[in-house]
Each structure stands twice: as C-alpha cells, then as structure tokens.
Design a protein around this ligand. Structure first.
Ligand SMILES: [Zn+2]
Length: 113
C-alpha cells in the first residue's frame, strides 16, 4: 500500500483499489503525538528531574526513545487510518445537486396545476 515510507501508491497491487479516497491528513501525527511522543517526553523530563541526568544520558536514552516512538508508529497508524476511511466510507462532505432536491415545492391538490 505504501510507495516509500509514508507515500501511498495510486492503487492496490493485489485488488486494484484506487487510493484516491485516502487522505488521513494529520491523523497519524496526531495519534503519534498523543500516545507515543508525550510519554517519551515525560521519560526525558523524569530522567532530568529525578536524576539530573547528564546530556549523554539523554542522548542515549531520551533521543532514541523519542525517535523510535515518533517515527516507527507513523506507517502502521497511517495504514490503519486509510483502512478505516475505506471501511467507514469516510470522505469530505459534498452537496447533493440532484434535480428534485433543488426544484421549488409545488402546491399539492386540485388547484396546484
Ligand atoms: Zn487490495
């Protein structure tokens, strides 16, 4: 489904599904920030406050933790969001422009003709 790290292919290789509907936008980044990045930052803050950790400790513990928890989940979360968009048929809202919806209402009854 991916052409590169986060770029989607035009269509599915197996079934030919067109991925033009897929637009998770900032969704993957939002979930990564909420559930991975914030706990990782708390780890760094905790190390600093509790142990007054040296900068090399942060370079060896906090930085790899931040990179791993922020970069690695992006791809599976994006795949999950695209699959959810497909499953729930989520798309941008569109106005209905059928012929009957825009015609003015006619009076009903014998005088209506
Ligand atoms: Zn497919």
């Amino acid at each position: 489904m991916f052409d590169g790290f986060l770029t989607l292919k035009k269509s599915c290789e197996a079934c030919g599904l067109d991925y033009s509907f897929a637009d998770p936008a900032d969704g993957p980044a939002f979930f990564v920030i909420c559930f991975a990045c914030v706990p990782s930052v708390f780890l760094g803050v905790w190390l600093e406050v509790q142990f007054h950790a040296e900068i090399w400790v942060h370079a060896l513990v906090t930085l790899p933790s931040l990179l791993a928890t922020c970069i690695l989940p992006l791809r599976p979360i994006k795949g999950w969001l695209v699959a959810s968009q497909f499953y729930f048929k989520a798309a941008e809202g569109r106005l209905v422009r059928s012929g009957e919806a825009n015609t003015p209402a006619k009076p009903i009854g014998p005088q209506g003709q």
